[in-house]
Design a protein around this ligand. Structure first.
Ligand code: SF4
Length: 576
């Protein structure tokens, strides 16, 4: 190999079989005629390099790690320069480039904002996992905040596992006639297309085919649908821009890399109603002219991958997917930053999941440099109600500027943690009441996850709309609502948020790489002293401004948001 030497390392027969099973359906590797490997531009990426992450997953599942011999085989099959492949393998938390010390499973136990509220429960889980022979690692949020502590287990030569998934699932609002997005959750069999059809599935696709792509976009515009991933961008404008962009191939990408701490809405939706996502993607393809769909699933959601893959297979057999439009399910490998849309494209294309500079925007230069509509899972599922009920009915709930309903992942100190669907305009207090109320004396609510802001206990009247939260200087973000009572050590929570950003910054731009570390260091000093000095307050303010002004992606832009709100409210270091 041209740029990295593996020595005499060679793949084992089993490693070869595992990797070849992933890459073989895409044809034989190109012949290597010299020692030099050529990247081959976007065409080559679209043809073969995009198989790098799936091949690394297959290798690790077989060998327990990314062995040098296995990596060499992957590089030869995909014609990827070894140093680049190694750079990709070391980018992701779930992939290991050193041999595990034991043959036992590796258990990742959530150590993030919601799960660390109850340290004794977490410790008990860690002790039990160790007793069962697992190597235990602390993990950022695993999207199981309603059932703490979150645990994700990687088995050698076996499927990954989320123990919590095996328990009974109950939707707190089951049977509520006001549900739109969640109306099939707990009712439909998520493994059966027939069951989905029996529950009114594919009716929206029928409407879309009847009225045509332009009318679909018009209906979505009239409904006022905006993105539910955090940025709240108007969906119709995005679809129209993709449809009007020049390019021979278009893509629809579902951003299901749900990693914002405190968020588990898309996991619940997809695992209980996966065909709804497929149907909505078919409609998005009709509207934008896309021929290819991609669902990028968070790596720590193995059941989501399984359910979606099965749903895609069934839809293919039934003729809903095929030559005109087909879908690939891709699995991430543990990197929060891959929720940023251009980082997600790089990840699918087989590169490190680092964000790209914008412009150009994904609508014209997205996946493989081609026009791409990238939507959050919840956003897409809204389209089904819009088409079946009509835009006017859709707008009959919510407010003029924030029509429709919204999903909120409620966790922490409430009686019934879980996923809730409420109309925009519902107050924060009403949402907490729906979750059974606070267990103890309310201290604060973290709205929007680590990238969000703390809301004080005296602002439960805050209406959950885009306009009200904007006016209050906060954001709904991913819809995470983590509730803290006065028994929770909020300084510990805020330190955890700051350290989360130091770990998750991809490091490619200096303001974010450095400021996230300085922010954490300063907070550690404040925590030790128990108070914040004027200089420290000023320094943290400057760091926050630099992050907002000079970072190239949303992670940097929001990395100081929660800390700044905590300082303003006196939740850390005292004073206001
Ligand atoms: S802002 Fe941070 S996460 Fe985003 S590209 Fe820059 S270093 Fe990476």
């Amino acid at each position: 190999m041209a740029d990295l030497h593996f020595g005499s390392a060679a793949a084992t027969p089993a490693e070869r079989v595992a990797v070849d099973a992933v890459v073989a359906p895409f044809g034989p590797a190109l012949l290597v005629e010299s020692a030099h490997l050529v990247r081959g531009g976007t065409t080559r990426r679209a043809e073969r390099r995009h198989l790098l992450l799936p091949a690394l997953h297959a290798l690790q599942r077989e060998a327990g790690w990314i062995s040098p011999g296995g990596l060499r085989h992957v590089c030869e099959q995909l014609q990827v320069p070894p140093a680049e492949a190694y750079g990709v393998a070391t980018f992701y938390e779930m992939l290991r480039t050193t041999a595990p010390a034991t043959e036992g499973p590796i258990a990742h136990v959530c150590d993030d904002v919601a799960c660390r509220i109850d340290p004794s429960r977490r410790e008990a889980a860690v002790t039990a996992l160790r007793a069962a022979g697992a190597a235990v690692h602390d993990s950022p949020c695993l999207g199981q905040c309603d059932r703490p502590p979150g645990v994700f287990v990687q088995h050698r030569r076996g499927s990954d596992e989320v123990p919590n998934d095996s328990g009974p699932f109950e939707l707190p609002q089951a049977g509520d006639p006001g549900l739109r997005l969640l109306r099939r959750v707990g009712v439909v069999d998520p493994t059966s297309l027939d069951s989905y059809l029996g529950q009114g599935g594919m009716a929206a696709l029928g409407v879309a085919r009847e009225i045509g792509g332009e009318a679909v976009i018009e209906a979505v515009a009239q409904a006022g649908l905006s993105g539910r991933g955090g940025a709240a961008f108007p969906t119709a404008a995005k679809w129209r821009a993709v449809r009007d962009a020049s390019g021979d191939r278009r893509h629809v990408v579902v951003n299901f890399d749900e990693s914002e701490p405190g968020t588990f809405k898309d996991k619940t939706l997809v695992e209980n109603d996966p065909f709804a996502v497929i149907e909505a993607m078919c409609i998005a393809a009709l509207a934008t002219g896309a021929e290819t769909g991609w669902v990028y699933v968070r790596g720590e959601y193995p059941r989501s991958v399984e359910r979606l893959t099965s749903a895609v297979d069934q839809c293919r057999r039934a003729g809903y997917l095929g030559d005109a439009f087909d879908i690939e399910v891709r699995r991430g490998a543990g990197a929060y930053i891959c929720g940023e849309e251009t980082a997600l494209f790089n990840s699918i294309e087989g590169f490190r999941g680092e964000p790209r500079n914008k412009p150009p925007y994904p609508t014209t230069h997205g996946l493989f440099g081609q026009p791409t509509a990238v939507n959050n899972t919840e956003t897409l599922v809204n389209v089904l109600s819009i088409l079946v009920e009509g835009p006017d009915a859709y707008r009959s709930v919510g407010t003029a500027q924030s029509p429709g309903t919204r999903l909120f992942s409620v966790s922490g100190r409430v009686v019934r943690p879980g996923l809730y669907e409420v109309s925009f305009g519902t107050t924060l207090g009403e949402l907490l009441d729906l979750a059974g109320g606070v267990t103890g004396e309310l201290a604060a609510v973290l709205l929007g996850g680590a990238a969000g802001s703390f809301i004080p206990a005296d602002q439960l009247g805050l209406r959950m709309t885009l306009e009200d939260t904007r006016q209050a200087g906060v954001a709904l973000g991913s819809g995470a609502v983590v509730v803290f009572d006065t028994s929770v050590d909020l300084t510990d929570t805020i330190l955890r948020i700051a350290s989360f950003f130091t770990a998750e910054s991809c490091g490619q731009c200096v303001p974010c790489r450095v400021a996230t570390v300085r922010q954490h260091e300063t907070l550690v000093k404040i925590a030790k002293r128990g108070e914040v000095t004027a200089d420290q307050r000023e320094l943290l303010g400057d760091l926050s401004q630099v992050l907002v002004d000079a970072s190239i992606c949303g992670l940097g832009h929001t990395a100081a948001s929660a800390v700044q709100s905590a300082l303003r409210l006196g939740l850390v270091g005292g004073g206001t």
